[in-house]
Design a binder for this molecule. Structure first.
Ligand code: FES
Length: 364
């Protein structure tokens, strides 16, 4: 027994020494020199080789969404590599489909820049900003959801479309030695250039624990964005808004946009929750009903019991769609919630003959 323990200990120490030597070699010996990074049709940039494409871009102040913080698990950091990316890595294959790989799509957090490289990114990523924001409000709107309000730097040129999201950086804190970025939809008005609001639900994860248990008024936090192709589309169709939980955030931002711009479109907001305690921002939503052209907030509760004070709709959101949405109407739908919820709502909307082109969603 003693011999086995000694052998295990020796192997562990050797493995630790090897790992240390490898990381030191990578840091001090492997000097890849400078290479050229060409983005779209722009002039090439000279960058130091050896880092991931994600962090190389970050050093150039170009931010790619990276919800998992570069661990290769979220799939947000995809970038099209036209030249110089080398073969796709095993660590990319679970998130990059064969078709994407054939088109040069790579996970920028996994790909190391070692030679001249030419990539293509959407132009809007050049508008992404990284900034320090001060917490000026951190109210609980339910037991598990906080409405975080931030003051933006006075000189920041931050523009977003209603429905888009930002990434918030959770730095290391007691109990977590990792720095992670997590994505949260913006709840505030795109017309308010001085502030930003996010709705952050507690999940027990690194970032939500940071926000709920460590971040407080007066603190500053690093945020970057905006990101995302889920946002309000101009048009004259009627609007269906559907959300659950913190999926409320982009919907509120869209409603602000409609009010700020006096947009005269009929809109219905179906919000799914379990019990009356899970409803929040009700006063604001009632105010939107008064201020907007033709807007109704229609919450529905799936786990309400007779002893709870509730005389509104009951059941899942699909039941409300069946009840309130006319078949074949001229609608544009915006859905925000869990993948399962969105899939089942899309199904219901198809049954009402609303085509895929008129359905936009943000799966959380
Ligand atoms: S940052 Fe998450 S997969 Fe690359």
């Amino acid at each position: 027994m003693e011999t086995i323990l000694i052998t295990v200990a020796v192997i562990t120490v050797i493995a630790a020494i090897l790992a240390l030597l490898l990381s030191l070699a990578d840091k001090y010996i492997a000097d890849y020199g400078d290479v050229e990074l060409t983005i779209n049709a722009n002039e090439p940039l000279t960058v130091s080789a050896g880092n991931s494409l994600l962090s190389t871009l970050r050093d150039e102040k170009i931010f790619i969404p990276s919800a998992c913080g570069g661990k290769g698990t979220c799939g947000y950091c995809k970038v099209k590599v036209l030249e110089g990316g080398g073969p796709i890595l095993a660590t990319e294959k679970s998130l990059v489909t064969a078709e994407e790989a054939a088109n040069g799509v790579r996970l920028s957090c996994q790909l190391k820049v070692k030679n001249n490289i030419h990539i293509e990114i959407p132009e809007e990523l050049f508008n992404v900003r990284e900034f320090e924001a001060e917490v000026i409000g951190d109210d609980h709107v339910t037991k598990t959801i906080k409405r975080m309000r931030f003051k933006l730097p006075a000189d920041l040129d931050f523009n977003f479309k209603p429905g888009q999201y930002v990434q918030l950086k959770a730095p290391p804190y007691e109990g977590s030695d990792e720095e992670v970025y997590r994505a949260y939809s913006i709840a505030s008005s795109a017309g308010d250039h001085g502030h930003l609001e996010l709705l952050i639900g507690y999940t027990g994860g690194i970032a939500t624990t940071y926000v709920h248990q460590h971040l407080k008024q007066g603190d500053t936090v690093d945020i970057n964005g905006p990101y995302g192709d889920f946002y309000y589309q101009d048009g004259d169709s009627d609007i269906l808004l559907v959300a659950a939980g913190t999926g409320m955030a982009p919907i509120i931002s869209i409603l602000h946009h409609m009010r700020d711009n006096n947009i005269q479109r009929k809109a219905r907001f179906f919000f799914g929750a379990k019990t009356p305690d899970d409803l929040f921002m009700t006063d604001e939503l009632k105010q939107f009903e008064k201020d907007l052209y033709d807007f109704k907030y229609l919450p529905t509760l799936s786990r309400v019991t007779d002893d709870m004070a509730w005389d509104g709709d009951r059941g899942r959101v699909n039941v409300s769609i069946e009840k309130y949405v006319e078949d074949g109407g001229n609608y544009t739908a915006y859905l925000c919630g869990s993948p399962q919820m969105i899939d089942s709502i899309v199904e219901s909307l198809h049954q009402k003959h609303i085509p895929d082109e008129a359905i936009f969603f943000d799966k959380f």
